[in-house]
Design a protein around this ligand. Sequence first.
Ligand SMILES: [Zn+2]
Length: 264
Amino acid sequence: MTSLPAASVVARTDLAMSRSPAVAGDADFLEHLTQSPVMVPMVVQNDPAGLAKGLPGKNPVSDLDRNRSEEGGNNTRALCQPEVEECRLENETICKKRDDYLEWPEYFMAVAFLSAQRSKDPSSQVGACIVNPENKIVGIGYNGMPNGCSDDALPWGRTASDKLDTKYPYVCHAELNAIMNKNSADVKGCRMYVALFPCNECAKLIIQAGIKEVIFMSDKYHDKLEMVAARRLFDLTRITYRKFIPKRRQIVIDFDSINSGSQA
Ligand SMILES: [Zn+2]
């Protein structure tokens, strides 16, 4: 195996850090917005039509109007107008759902690619991510030496006069590690997102584990014996496999993003 294109291995948290798509569904996020003590008054100020009356609890629209009235001034509408306009602009930005969020398939494949960055293999970094039918991640893995074997004690080379001096007899593939790392009782009925189309040895594991679908990014070893055999096994066991078509070529992780913009 050789390395995957480095350009694909970037993930971007300036898109994802403001909330975790793994834990917060859109419904949860909307619920958070409508219940936020900060957001409610902002909605109200920009809600002359009284749409906020549907919000839970007391209606802050009336309170706001009452307070203005109790302060006794005549109509302060003209004075307040610039402020309201400003709030409306800010509100429209904050309250509208993001439309460039990571969709599930890209998210899972990105997790597989991020995991691959843990690999010590100098020539091939492969990650795999197992997802159950509820879109929950139940296993992640990358290629590496078996547990307890020092990364420095075994060879990483691809060629040597003696095959025992190459990495091949020793390395655990990402698929194997993802299955063995599962945090659920089993992975039956799950799907696997993986950077490279699985070899025949991993195909056996995938079949025995009960995984039903394989989504891969690259099939660059399509004609190698191991991949031909893997397809034969998958076809016999009716495990579906398909190439992943990403909607974006890169996902960038920017740790500084959490400190910029509006994150409240
Ligand atoms: Zn394999």
